[in-house]
Design a protein around this ligand. Structure first.
Ligand SMILES: C[S@@+](CC[C@H](N)C(=O)[O-])C[C@H]1O[C@@H](n2cnc3c(N)ncnc32)[C@H](O)[C@@H]1O
Length: 471
């Protein structure tokens, strides 16, 4: 619904609405782990890979265009697109400018001398070399940065030399998997610490975690540290005000429902990456999955969560309040700031049900006290924390679910389907699954499955929905 940041819509026909979920083994029957394929038809016009940190059409580094002669395999083409996308300075600026992100890494590397000082550190996907330089400044004796994007690897070398850190820090250029196979990363099996910023939208878009796990298994010495070491995915419900629908309620006094229905149709097929405000989260949250980077395997990156029941927020937040920005714009009518529709449809007097329009996913990564003994830190992409360039990932419902406000009933005895306005539910039962897309052209893409059902307090359930969202 809201403009996706860096998520390219898939082929219109590639997914059936309400098709049974087919990602994450055992999705419909419970249980986790296991492979599972993305399924769906091959998208012959699949777009080039779009990285989490979307590059603009800004300056590209010299020699950045793919210039290898001869035919390329699909995997090579995907890799070329992927590493090419990291050849724009804009993308690195976006990451470096994300202070929540970069400063958390800096703290982990510079404020934990018992972990870093005098140690050997490998930086997987070093980009501009920033994490490698943090490690050097934190007292590391030897640092090796690795990056598959030739142009940015050259920039990292230059940055490191300019900082006078060339004696400690070196950069190896190449795709990590190929370098590992060729034994071309010096010091395999001897590194004390592996650091990497590998996270994508909804944590697992971009599939860089597999690379990190392969590097961990070959390069780290037994018991070596991985930074960050814990990643956790969360889910909660969002209100209509979290979507872009209210904008189209009142465009200089005109309503534009065709735009709204088109946006919703698209949002039912693709996950929408967009900032969600904490005030627009309308339910409790649940932990979808927690991953331990020090012990997990690649198989753990595909899963189906347990079932969780999300209930209206205990603090009474309904998600339909007009915030100060909205009130300031009231009457101007041009920018969606009036949000009259939100008021009317959500029972603006605060007495009606709480309306949930879908669920939002976010993640936290911890640099925990297991390795960071002096100063443990957490990088959060929660709607309740300062926004990061990852924003949040929204999965929309085709129809909103009405929830009884906290301590407001939801007994299921009234007429109307459970979860309708006439019969608000006590909660929404959800299950989330993630699996890599198996289509050759979208090898770094992610399929997210969502199952959900409105439930009454007497256990009665509304209809069961199962959908797949592409990223
Ligand atoms: C998210 S950026 C992080 C850059 C830098 N570490 C930072 O924090 O600013 C990820 C980097 O990893 C590199 N990368 C991703 N997958 C890789 C692989 N399989 N082999 C080598 N480099 C890879 C990309 O080229 C990109 O520069």
């Amino acid at each position: 619904m809201s403009q996706a940041l860096g998520v390219t819509p898939p082929d219109e026909d590639a997914i059936d609405d309400d098709a049974p979920a087919n990602v994450g083994a055992g999705l419909l029957s419970g249980g986790g782990g296991g492979g599972g394929g993305g399924g769906g038809k091959m998208n012959a016009t699949a777009p080039a890979f779009t990285p989490t940190k979307k590059p603009s059409a800004g300056p590209v580094m010299a020699g950045a265009a793919a210039d290898q002669p001869g035919p390329r395999t699909t995997e090579q083409a995907v890799d070329d697109d992927y590493f090419g996308s990291y050849s724009y300075f804009d993308i690195h600026r976006t990451m470096l400018d994300d202070v929540a992100r970069t400063a958390t890494y800096r703290t982990s590397l510079e404020k934990n001398p018992s972990l870093i000082a005098g140690k050997k550190v490998v930086d997987i996907g070093c980009g501009t070399g920033i994490l490698s330089m943090f490690a050097a400044r934190g007292g590391a004796e030897v640092v090796v940065g690795v990056d598959g994007a030739a142009q940015i690897a050259a920039v990292a070398r230059a940055n490191i030399a300019h900082a006078g850190l060339g004696g400690k820090v070196s950069v190896v250029q190449g795709k990590v998997e190929e370098l590992l196979a060729a034994g071309s990363i010096p010091g395999a099996g001897t590194f004390d610490v592996l650091v990497s910023e590998w996270m994508g939208y909804a944590l697992l878009y971009e599939s860089m975690l597999d690379t990190v796990l392969a590097a961990r298994d070959t390069l780290l010495k037994p018991g070596g540290a991985v930074l960050p070491d814990i990643a956790t995915i969360h889910v909660a419900g969002f209100s209509r005000n979290a979507t872009s629908l209210p904008f189209w309620d009142d465009v200089y006094g005109f309503e534009m429902p065709v735009v709204q229905s088109t946006l919703l149709k698209d949002a039912l097929k693709s996950a929408v990456v967009c900032p969600v405000k904490g005030d627009h989260v309308v339910t409790s949250s649940a932990e979808v999955r927690s991953l331990d980077m020090a012990t997990m395997t690649v198989a753990d990156t595909e899963f189906s969560s347990g079932e969780y029941v999300l209930t209206a927020r205990a603090d009474g937040t309904r998600g339909d309040e007009l915030d100060a920005e909205v009130q300031a714009g009231k009457g101007e009518g041009a920018t969606g700031l009036t949000q009259q529709g939100a008021l009317l449809t959500e029972g603006g007097d605060g007495s009606g049900p709480v309306m949930c329009y879908g669920v939002v996913l976010w993640f936290d990564t911890a640099f925990s006290a297991r390795f960071c003994k002096e100063e443990a830190v957490i990088l959060s992409t929660s709607p309740y924390a300062k926004q990061t360039h990852w924003a949040q990932t929204m999965l929309h419902f085709p129809e909103p679910i009405a929830l009884a406000p906290a301590r407001g009933g939801g007994g299921g005895s009234a007429g109307g389907a459970v979860g309708s306005k006439e019969n608000p539910a006590a909660g929404i039962k959800v299950r989330v699954g993630m699996a890599k897309c198996t289509e050759e052209e979208r090898l770094r893409a992610l399929d997210i499955s969502l199952e959900y059902t409105a439930v009454a307090s007497d256990g009665k359930e509304g209809s069961h929905h199962a959908k797949i969202f592409r990223m």
